[in-house]
Write a protein that binds this ligand. Structure first.
Ligand SMILES: [Ca+2]
Ligand SMILES: [Ca+2]
Length: 322
């Protein structure tokens, strides 16, 4: 993992993040990171750690680090599992550690972001583990892999005493294509205090060679564990190089990479329920699916035919409890 002004010590399969930095040098870290992420036509104009392509997919503002103006940055809200675009969705102040994930595509591959909120800067006391689940196997990502494929940066949090760490992992699309379905998971905890207390997953799949993020969408009043999950199949297609109009997000994110049979301006909206569990994995069945208009995306012709199909993923609750 390329790290700026930080150090790391490795314990077992987990990464223990350590930071030798004053607040002044932290500001330098953030500045360097923003500059680094501006390369390749993917600017992070508002400095919240989310490049344009990511903000576009999330529907967050590329020119405001706090899209809904609730005092929590877009990145922090990802880590703390609240909506960055709903001012009434705010983090639980009692939770001192949070892990969330997002994904987008760039020309160098699929970027999976792991956002870690910490209420204090005692980073040596935090333990973070990142892994893959595919082919019915849990595979913690090795430190060697992360060193080669991930970057780490630190960003300001709503609490002056805390921070948000952002781990940006670049995956070869061929990994997802080979697996068909691939879940990336992350969990974090306090060193020496037993089980992790925060976890997140992101589910990727390959449809006709296009990498798709099965992105959860919030349904007001619904209980995810009881009612199943609502998902949209968000295609992760790199924007053309030099793209990024900087406008209101009405066009450049989709790029031209979707097969011609995919319907533009629509997205595959699905509802799935858990029909079984096997160790850390759950078996989920798609109970409804349809192309829904009004999205800046593409809907594959296979959308409706996915009803009745099952897929396996990892239950974040199991990652915490296990
Ligand atoms: Ca933003
Ligand atoms: Ca916010």
């Amino acid at each position: 993992m390329r790290m700026m002004n930080s150090s790391s010590s490795f314990v077992g399969g987990a990464i223990q993040i350590g930071l030798r930095a004053s607040l002044i040098s932290l500001a330098i870290v953030i500045g360097l990171d923003a500059r680094a992420q501006s390369q390749g036509g993917h600017p992070d104009v508002d400095g919240d750690g989310l490049v344009f392509a990511q903000e576009h997919i999330l529907g967050t503002s590329p020119i405001s680090s706090d899209s809904d103006h609730d005092g929590y940055s877009d990145l922090e809200e990802i880590a703390r599992h609240t909506s960055p675009t709903n001012i009434n969705s705010r983090p639980d102040p009692a939770k001192r550690l949070g892990v969330g994930m997002a994904a987008h595509a760039q020309s160098d591959g699929v970027h999976v972001l792991v956002s870690v909120f910490m209420s204090d800067m005692n980073l040596r006391a935090k333990q973070l583990e990142i892994g893959l689940y595919g082919h019915n196997q849990m595979l913690p990502l090795s430190n060697t892999f992360l060193a080669q494929h991930a970057t780490l940066s630190y960003h300001a949090a709503s609490l002056a005493s805390g921070c948000v760490a952002l781990i940006d992992i670049v995956l070869d699309p061929a990994m997802v294509q080979a697996a068909g379905h691939l879940t990336v998971w992350a969990r974090a905890g306090i060193v020496g205090s037993g089980a992790p207390t925060a976890a997140a997953t992101i589910h990727l799949l390959s449809i006709s060679g296009v990498i798709v993020w099965a992105m959860p969408v919030q349904r007001p009043g619904a209980s995810e564990t009881k009612d199943g999950a609502d998902l949209v199949y968000m295609p992760l297609i790199p924007a053309p190089s030099g793209g990024g109009s900087g406008g209101n997000g009405s066009g450049s994110g989709g790029g031209g990479g979707a097969p011609g049979t995919w319907e533009p301006g629509q997205i595959c909206f699905q509802h799935s329920t858990t029909v079984g569990a096997d160790g850390a994995s759950t078996v989920n069945e798609v109970v409804s699916a349809a192309c829904v208009a009004g999205w800046d995306g593409f809907c594959p012709p296979s959308c409706t035919s996915s009803v009745g199909s099952t897929f396996r993923t990892v239950d974040p609750l199991v990652l915490i409890g296990g």
